[in-house]
Design a protein around this ligand. Structure first.
Ligand code: DUC
Ligand code: ZN
Ligand code: ZN
Length: 480
């Protein structure tokens, strides 16, 4: 067969279910055929390489607005560059609401800023203030504009919703037809332990983990699931750090609830011990929930294998280590309470998960493809993304499964000034990234036009339809 604009020839294609030798033919940026002996105007030799779906990162923070003004240090051009260099072609990032303000204004600002994107993108809307106007007018408008997921925080002074506020958001999402993602940690328990640690003079970065032990995450996940069950609203629990939380998800799923779980590379590679480095160095590894220990990592792999956790995102956060705006915003002697949470990982996500997952023999190739692309695309309604099938966008990564690389800051193409994975040796590396049929990265060199990324307005889809099971059969979301 000929007449393709582009043919990726002779690679080993990895779909969500199979692995086989084939050519991939592209017409007009879309996968037109998968087969043998395809011919096209341009051909790329993929002999000896895997052909993977372009990565879909449904939890990453790019150019997020800060309360005091300005945005965090990862902009759309640098963030997209890091994504494409690491094999990710689609992201869902965040629009934030500040308490006391609405969501339409910031969302318009995020849309404008994302005009520079070089990856395809969508937004989750963070809700921190469940006012009547936000709940009854602004959320439906945002969802109608294609922002089909909301994020709520159950902790953090500036972000946390109380249970009533959370219920109101769940109800609004149910009415509008949106997924709710949840940061699960118990706010009051963290406050109490933090007060105690600070009073005891335990202020170093390592005490971040002490301030939020696993039961704090588990309790919040249990509560989030119970409240979501009461409203009959599908949720995804973000950044699951330990099996205790996955157990809550498994139990919910067993009962037929629509509850999904995401985890991140940091929970397979970092431990609380990393935060115990001398001086302020431990701040580089500080994220929430906190990294746990080696036994927790092993248990988390079991949750991946069972399918309880079915998405691995980066949770990339835009805090530099040096300088006045990032980890040291409160000074180099700041207590753990005042150090911003989050680690960078846009570029490292696929190499790490391939290495510790596939190369280490823990998961097979289709499972890898589902975790980093297929499942997030399905769960978040990203039509045409996440899988190598005819009709989908031709988002592909040519992957050398044997190449060994030592991760180091000079390889990362993000704007952040460090990587928490410094010195980590990985097996498997992206050789080329193709976005909608265009080769946008080759041998670590990203060549894409700022503004060539597309906004993905997400329409309604079956997966997040409520189950129809309500306590007493009463749909409270119709009234409050
Ligand atoms: N939660 C996130 O989702 N991202 C960064 C920090 C945090 O606590
Ligand atoms: Zn979070
Ligand atoms: Zn996050």
């Amino acid at each position: 067969m000929d007449g393709f604009d582009l043919v990726v020839r002779g690679g080993t294609v990895v779909t969500s279910s199979d692995v086989f030798r084939a050519d991939v033919g592209v017409v007009g940026g879309t996968i037109a055929a998968i087969g043998r002996d395809l011919r096209g105007g341009r051909e790329i030799d993929a002999g000896g390489l895997l052909v993977l779906p372009g990565g879909v990162d449904t939890h990453c923070h790019i150019e997020q607005l800060q309360k005091g003004g300005g945005a965090d240090e990862e902009g759309w051009v640098s963030g997209s560059t890091a994504c494409l260099a690491g094999g990710t072609t689609t992201v869902v990032t965040f629009s934030t609401q500040f308490k006391g303000a609405g969501i339409a204004g910031p969302l318009a600002d995020y849309r404008r800023r994302a005009g520079a994107a070089m990856v395809d993108y969508g937004f989750h809307q963070i809700i921190t203030d469940a006012t009547d106007d936000v709940i009854w007018r602004e959320i439906p408008e945002a969802v109608a504009a294609g922002v089909r997921s909301l994020k709520v925080f159950l902790t953090y002074d500036a972000l946390a919703l109380d249970d009533r506020g959370f219920l109101r958001v769940l109800a609004a999402a149910r009415r509008a037809g949106a997924l709710v993602t949840v940061h699960c940690e118990n706010y009051e328990a963290i406050r109490w332990r933090t007060e105690a640690l600070l009073a005891a003079g335990r202020t170093a970065p390592k005490y971040h983990a002490w301030s939020r032990p696993k039961m704090i995450e588990r309790e919040a996940a249990h509560r989030a699931i119970a409240l979501a069950e009461m409203v009959d609203q599908p949720i995804q629990i973000f950044h699951v750090s330990c099996s205790e939380v996955a157990e809550e998800i498994a139990r919910a799923r067993h009962r037929g609830l629509k509850v999904w779980g995401e985890t991140c590379p940091q929970y397979f590679t970092l431990t609380a011990g990393h935060m115990d480095r001398p001086g302020f160095e431990g701040a580089k590894f500080m994220c929430s929930p906190a990294p746990r220990d080696a036994a927790d990592q092993a248990a988390l792999w079991e949750d991946i294998r069972r399918g309880t956790l079915d998405v691995i995102s980066s949770d990339h956060s835009g805090w530099c280590f040096d300088g006045p705006r990032g980890k040291q915003v409160a000074g180099r002697d700041a207590s753990f309470r005042d150090i911003p949470n989050g680690v960078p990982g846009l570029m490292a996500r696929l190499p790490i998960i391939f290495s510790v997952g596939v190369a280490a023999g823990r998961i097979d190739l289709p499972h890898f493809a589902r975790l980093i692309a297929g499942n997030p695309a399905k769960l978040f309604g990203l039509a045409g993304k996440g899988a190598i099938v005819p009709g989908n966008d031709a988002d592909l990564v040519l992957w050398d499964p044997a190449r060994r690389t030592t991760l180091t800051q000079s390889l990362m193409q993000h704007a952040i000034d460090y990587t928490p994975y410094e010195g980590l040796e990985v097996t498997g590396w992206p050789v080329a990234t193709i976005r909608r049929g265009e080769v946008v990265m080759r041998d670590n060199l990203v060549q894409a036009e700022p503004g060539s990324g597309r906004y993905l307005a997400r329409g309604t889809y079956d997966l997040i339809r409520p189950t129809g099971r309500l306590p007493d059969g009463f749909d409270a979301s119709a009234f409050a």
